[in-house]
Write a protein that binds this ligand. Sequence first.
Ligand code: GTP
Ligand code: MG
Length: 168
Amino acid sequence: MRKDVRILLVGEPKVGKTSLIMSLVGEEFPEEVPLRAEEITIPADVTPERVPTHIVDYSGTQANVICIVYAVNNKKSIEKVTGDVHIGFLCVYVGMHRVPLILVGNKSDLVEHSSMETILPIMNQYSEIETCVECSAKNLKNISELFYYAQKAVLHPTGPLYCPEEKE
Ligand code: GTP
Ligand code: MG
């Protein structure tokens, strides 16, 4: 049994990484956000899987699961997700370990229709991607689900995870 889970959030500038963390912890949308949230630890007894969970804003710390955040209203941030380069970089970045990835479409409050159409082909292409979720730090939609999926990806991975070495 794993003793803890480390969740790392990465993504283009201003997609809302820090806001997602602060919305989860504070249960409300922060009007003012620092550049980076302090590392936070959620005690075991308040997580669904009863495992202490650390959430890390963008940093080089070794993680067990990586949330790639994009903003659903920002095409550039979605295109960055699709790039081999980005995902390949992440695999190298975590030292070729088996690290599940979760795609997180933030700012769902700003658009009418979902980004799933664009995201699903990417999901199907990379077995490292465990799941995807659309959410909003602003209206707190799917925030606790996001961090639950991240925990679950570490504790109960569904598929074989690997980083093919040819992906630089
Ligand atoms: P960097 O640290 O610069 O990489 O940015 P970040 O990804 O941490 O984004 P941050 O949390 O600082 O949010 C960037 C801007 O988006 C801020 O003005 C937030 O208020 C806004 N924002 C974050 N999440 C949401 C959301 O769900 N909906 C809306 N409408 N705005 C959001
Ligand atoms: Mg930030």
